[in-house]
Design a protein around this ligand. Structure first.
Ligand SMILES: Cc1cc2nc3c(=O)[nH]c(=O)nc-3n(C[C@H](O)[C@H](O)[C@H](O)COP(=O)(O)OP(=O)(O)OC[C@H]3O[C@@H](n4cnc5c(N)ncnc54)[C@H](O)[C@@H]3O)c2cc1C
Ligand code: SF4
Length: 475
């Protein structure tokens, strides 16, 4: 284990964010890095608990105590090898994972200061690329071919694992580059896209083929439509380009965002969050858009509807585009600050989250329902909203023991208007429905489980690769 007494003498030290006045003017990553000595000292705080809850909390089962110990002793290559055993892309999770492991850390429970696992993970991954521990492997081929549809973290993880098992893997991606929401959702200030390019280069050198601008469709039908149709057996025959493969992995994410169908939705200036976020990432990649196509917050009062992480990414993007003001509203109540008795340790605490984007300036309001988009000359000028409260509902008589009833939304006071000339809808994504696929078709990531996290998508991709291999080895 690390230094047995370090958790008593070394406080948690985060690398922190670049100062607001500096970071707000560019899309560079906001998070800084610690020097090597401080990083190793942070790793020394890991107590190697008898029952390490971090293993349990991490969907990948990352062995944090083991690589923290190697890191503490300066054995960076060993640390990377241990990390790589469970996580194929630590440079992604090291940047953008909410660090489920840290909230389950015994030090978080006892002192409120978890080991800085996520940052340690990122440091190990970066050192591995820098020092050349990330080597190119050429797995022996087994003569079987697998197609992966979608190149988000789930598809990449499945492709990577299957390639190492010896399958010849082709990834079909409808976009012009790989990464899914890593590239066209998550802003560059959280994840620089060169980090994705670097990994894709390794995967290509190891033998994976990427085919971009190829939206896989089912025979005779839009692929997306087919995903929500269950009654037409002709859909089960895939597009001819997939017929050459022994198995297919569908990792197409959650393509449909939840919309808000209230009066005025058609007004110019009301957009789904991803319309703004993906376009901004493309602009930073050098793509050009006409003035009519361009969505920008420059000089505008921005209203973000939806209090989650996507909403927070819209706030950070709006700041960098030069907005006049940003307000974020959420229909649910404000979560408890600091501690929530209903989500006790080691579960993930449902508490108020303040991101780097919130720190940059934002008015946040909870218990606000949206009634109507208001506009002039076809453009949005404001949003009529209503404060609400949630009243507990009575469980109907005869319900099974332990049954709960959804709380009832009750209007409070008079509706009022929030001025806005750009409105961004960040209210989550619909879980895709799938038909019954042939037995050699496997679904993973958000496409299988609904919108979630990068770490869960990677874990799902890895599990699916195992299922594919088990299936093919029996044929
Ligand atoms: C704005 C935003 C910010 C987020 N921030 C974080 C964060 O900080 N941390 C975190 O852990 N999670 C975050 N998430 C969630 C995370 O990005 C997703 O859970 C994760 O990317 C899901 O991975 P996936 O591979 O299942 O799907 P996706 O990443 O959605 O990838 C699906 C891929 O399939 C492709 N595709 C779809 N249909 C077809 C087709 N028919 N043919 C070919 N290709 C197709 C798509 O173009 C896409 O590339 C965020 C999500 C959003 C929207
Ligand atoms: S992937 Fe996330 S939960 Fe797992 S060890 Fe890394 S930071 Fe923790």
């Amino acid at each position: 284990m690390g230094n047995p007494k370090a958790f008593l003498t070394v406080p948690r030290k985060e690398a922190g964010y670049r100062p607001i006045h500096d970071r707000i003017h560019d899309f560079g990553e906001v998070e800084q890095t610690l020097n090597t000595r401080d990083r190793q000292e942070q790793a020394s705080r890991c107590m190697d608990c008898g029952v390490p809850f971090c293993h349990w909390a991490c969907p990948l089962g990352n062995k944090d105590p083991e690589w923290n110990d190697a890191l503490y002793h300066g054995e960076w290559e060993t640390a990377y090898k241990l990390l790589k055993k469970t996580n194929p892309f630590p440079e992604f999770t090291g940047r953008i994972c909410p660090a489920l492991c840290e909230k389950a850390c015994v030090l978080y429970h006892t002192t409120g200061e978890a080991v800085t696992n996520r940052e340690n993970e990122c440091a190990i991954a970066e050192r591995a690329f820098l020092e050349g521990y990330v080597t190119i492997e050429h797995p022996k081929r087994n003569g079987l071919r697998v197609a992966v549809v979608g190149s988000g973290p789930a598809g990449l993880a499945a492709a990577n694992a299957l390639n190492y098992m010896g399958y010849e893997v082709t990834v079909f991606e409808k976009n012009e580059a790989a990464g899914g929401l890593l590239r066209y959702g998550i802003p560059n200030f959280k994840l620089n896209k060169k980090i994705i390019d670097r990994r894709i280069e390794v995967m290509e050198q190891e033998g994976i083929t990427f085919r971009f601008n190829e939206e896989l469709r089912m025979k005779n039908e839009e692929f997306a439509t087919a995903l929500s149709t269950t009654d037409d057996s002709s859909l089960f025959t895939f597009h001819s380009s997939l017929s050459d493969y022994d198995a297919v992995v569908i990792a197409t994410g959650t393509p449909v965002a939840r919309d808000l169908k209230v009066p005025g939705r058609e007004l110019k200036g009301v957009h789904l969050a991803l319309e703004l976020l993906s376009q901004q990432n493309r602009v930073l990649a050098g793509m050009e858009f006409s003035k009519e196509e361009r969505i920008t917050a420059k000089g505008k009062d921005v209203l973000v509807i939806g209090g989650g992480d996507t909403g927070s990414d819209c706030i950070g993007t709006a700041h960098r585009q030069g907005c006049k003001s940003v307000t974020q509203i959420e229909i649910m109540p404000k979560p408890p600050v600091g501690h929530n008795p209903s989500t006790p340790w080691p579960s993930w605490p449902v508490i108020l989250k303040t991101t780097s984007s919130h720190e940059e300036g934002c008015t946040r309001r909870w218990n606000i329902n949206t009634l109507e988009f208001l506009g002039e000359n076809g453009k949005v000028t404001g949003v009529k909203v209503q404060e609400i409260e949630w009243k507990p509902a009575t469980v109907p008589a005869g319900s099974p023991a332990g049954a709960t009833a959804r709380p009832i939304m009750v209007a409070k006071g008079e509706p009022f208007v929030i001025k806005a000339d750009l409105v961004l809808l960040a209210m989550g994504f619909l879980k895709p429905e799938h038909p019954e696929y042939p037995e050699n078709v496997f679904v993973c990531g958000d496409a299988a489980n609904g919108a979630s996290l990068v770490v869960r998508a990677i874990a799902s991709g890895l599990q699916t690769a195992k299922r594919v291999s088990e299936y093919l080895s029996k044929q």
